[in-house]
Design a protein around this ligand. Structure first.
Ligand code: FAD
Ligand code: PYC
Length: 415
């Protein structure tokens, strides 16, 4: 649906009563060629690419709440591809490239803003580590380099560059095309695109069971009825283990709470994204002027979406230490999401021992940036019943084979 200036004005004057719905609210059918569980960014992107690239349109995305209401709508929208291992760089880079054209692809403004991203180096170890990352990234064709402290100061004038700081800024890793996007826009754009190709997005529909016939998946039990299907993709960040248990599959995943907050709106103050991994804080400024702020995950496993006070306090301390000028701003809102972490801090995109059951999860605190790439390769994996070459290293078998993809440094501040 396209709107003219006149129709926008008319709708506003009619107290917003006349808007056409952007996607349908279809009835759940009894049979689908594939069912995607979870209408976050990854699930919706998977459905979009299944329909667009593989012609699979008789599919449903089932969501227990509202679409984009999980971590996709709760994250702080940082997009970067500065991971260390080649297999990680391949998927995050693919995602980054797709993000660059996503607004055009979806004809929906995702507000992608590659404004530049800094990861501060506040210990000698961190500086050495990020030099290694910058070299690895450049070898893979990524634009990245190490900044000196004066260069950091000129990009971020409000930063505390005192050599007497508890953790002085010794430099920074810099990805000039890292940045942010609008999280809801990404979910809504993929939802609208998938819906337009015939995908049924069923909200308020919780999956309560997965049915097997021997080692073949045959159905999905939901609060809106039973679905018969031979292909199921589980894309339920935070609850990946819960869903996979329904089919008898144990996942090497822990679920923890990760929080974020926004400040009162301020005049333009900082036009890059800054992450301070050592002290556990990061910051960017939204177009509205709010500072978008986050830090480390809670230190214990849980499924609550509230967050521990200690983590919140720690984040604010890190913020004030790095940007003393912010010590008196007010925080407007705080929220949290449940993220699912693997031991090597890399995701799982995989076939399973159950035929027709596929899983995409374990993105931990960093899966917003990967949504387009993840959806693209997961759709290909489901459609062809074999791992896409970029997804292959991320198979579940890596845990049994000891083939870990260690990204604990790149996962950074939130881990
Ligand atoms: P989700 O968006 O969580 O979607 C999963 C969906 O599954 C949910 O909507 C849920 O309701 C649904 N579901 C669960 N159980 C069921 C069921 N039984 N039946 C039906 N549906 C079910 N990543 C970055 O790259 N950059 C960042 O700056 C960043 N910041 C973050 C900040 C915070 C505070 C948090 C919490 C996360 C952050 N992340 C970030 C991580 C990122 O948000 C996630 O990795 C990503 O959004 C995961 O997307 P998803 O589609 O897999 O999951
Ligand atoms: O992955 O860049 C990231 C991130 C920042 C904050 C949470 N995750």
């Amino acid at each position: 649906m396209r709107y003219s200036v006149f129709s926008i004005a008319r709708n506003a004057l009619q107290y917003h009563k006349g808007w056409a719905k952007v996607w349908r609210s279809p009835e759940l059918k009894a049979n689908y060629d594939a069912v995607i569980i979870g209408a976050g960014g990854h699930g919706l992107a998977t459905a979009y690419y299944l329909a667009k690239e593989h012609g699979m349109t008789n599919i449903a995305v089932v969501e227990k709440g509202w679409l984009g209401g999980g971590n996709t709508g709760r994250n702080t929208t940082i997009i970067r591809s500065n991971y260390l291992q080649d297999s990680s760089i391949a998927i995050y880079n693919l995602a980054h490239r797709l993000y660059a054209d996503l607004s055009q692809e979806l004809n929906f403004n995702t507000m992608f803003s590659p404004r530049g991203l800094l990861m501060l180096c506040q210990t000698e170890h961190e500086l050495r580590g990020f030099k290694r990352t910058a070299h690895a990234n450049r070898l893979a064709g990524l634009n990245s380099r190490i900044l000196t402290t004066p260069e950091v100061k000129s990009l971020v004038p409000i930063i505390n560059d005192s050599p007497n700081a508890r953790y002085p800024v010794l430099g920074a890793y810099y990805q000039p095309d890292g940045g942010t996007a609008r999280h809801d826009g990404v979910a809504w754009g993929y939802a609208r695109g998938a819906d337009a190709m015939g995908v049924d997005i069923i909200q308020n529909c919780e999956v309560t069971g997965l049915s097997r016939d021997g080692d073949q998946i045959v159905g999905v039990e939901t609060t809106k009825g039973t679905i018969r299907t031979k292909k199921v993709g589980v894309v339920t960040a935070g609850h990946t283990s819960v869903l996979m248990q329904m089919a008898g599959v144990n996942m090497p995943i822990e679920s923890v709470c990760l929080q974020a907050m926004v400040s009162e709106p301020l005049k333009p103050l900082i036009d890059v994204v800054v992450m301070a991994n050592t002290v556990h804080g990061y910051i960017s400024q939204s177009d509205k002027g709010d500072l978008v702020i986050g830090g480390g995950a809670d230190a214990y496993n849980s499924y609550i979406q509230r967050g521990a006070f200690t983590s919140l306090e720690h984040t604010v301390t890190a913020l004030v230490e790095t940007f003393p000028v912010l010590s008196r701003i007010k925080m407007m809102r705080q929220w949290a999401g449940t993220v699912d972490m693997t031991g090597d801090r890399s995701p799982i995109i995989s076939l399973t021992d159950v035929k027709g059951l596929y899983v995409n999860g374990g993105w931990g605190t960093g899966g917003f940036k990967s949504i387009p790439g993840s959806g693209f390769v997961f759709a290909d994996t489901i459609a062809n019943d074999r791992p896409h070459p970029i997804a292959e290293p991320f198979g579940l078998n890596r845990f049994a084979e000891g083939r870990f993809i260690d990204e604990s440094v790149a996962a950074g501040v939130a881990h």
